[in-house]
Ligand binder design. Structure first.
Ligand SMILES: [Zn+2]
Ligand SMILES: [Zn+2]
Length: 178
């Protein structure tokens, strides 16, 4: 979108995306996510401040499926996020003058009067995702011996585990007798 296309009074854009779009945006990033309803919707209001700064305010709704890092089961994660982002025009002189990268400046920028509302929404989805996805806060994970799901098998005691401890008991006995 070109900043000249933003109406003086501001404009509203509705964005609707599916999982294919998300996967394309992800590229090579290693993240285990799929859209359950294959749908993400966002409504964003765009204003241009002082003919320069692009101010984007939006609502984002996404229905995503994540994989629990402990039990490896997939689970549903609803994202409802309100966000506000300001994009400043890229100023090369600023970075060279102060010899810092734009990343260090912590400012979002647009180039050649163009910006991409989709990219802004994608970034907001990424910010909404948990760094350490858990199906529930007290997920018990998998049995370290046989891999059975301990959430579904609360009373599980692993035979392998018992054999291990029997063996270590014997080893300890041998060691003590040396
Ligand atoms: Zn889990
Ligand atoms: Zn087990």
């Amino acid at each position: 979108m070109n900043i000249r296309d933003i109406p003086k009074e501001g404009g509203r854009v509705n964005i609707r995306k599916d999982s294919e779009w998300f996967m394309n945006m992800l590229g090579d990033a290693d993240i285990d996510i799929e859209f359950l309803n294959e749908e993400m919707t966002a409504t964003i209001d765009i204003h241009l401040h002082h003919d320069k700064a692009v101010v984007i305010e939006g609502e984002l709704h996404a229905d995503v499926v994540l994989r629990c890092v402990k039990c490896l089961e997939s689970f549903r994660n609803l994202i409802n996020r309100h966000f506000s982002v300001t994009l400043e025009p890229y100023d090369a002189s600023l970075t060279t003058r102060h010899a810092v990268s734009m990343a260090e400046l912590d400012t979002e920028v647009y180039l050649n009067d163009e910006f991409d509302p989709d990219a802004v929404v994608f970034e907001q989805i990424m910010l909404s995702l948990p760094m350490y996805p858990l199906c529930r806060h007290d997920c018990r994970g998998l049995c370290p011996y046989c891999g059975i799901n301990l959430n579904e098998n609360a009373d599980h005691k692993c035979r392998q585990h018992e054999e291990d401890s029997a063996l270590s008991r014997q080893l300890r006995k041998i060691k003590n007798n040396l």
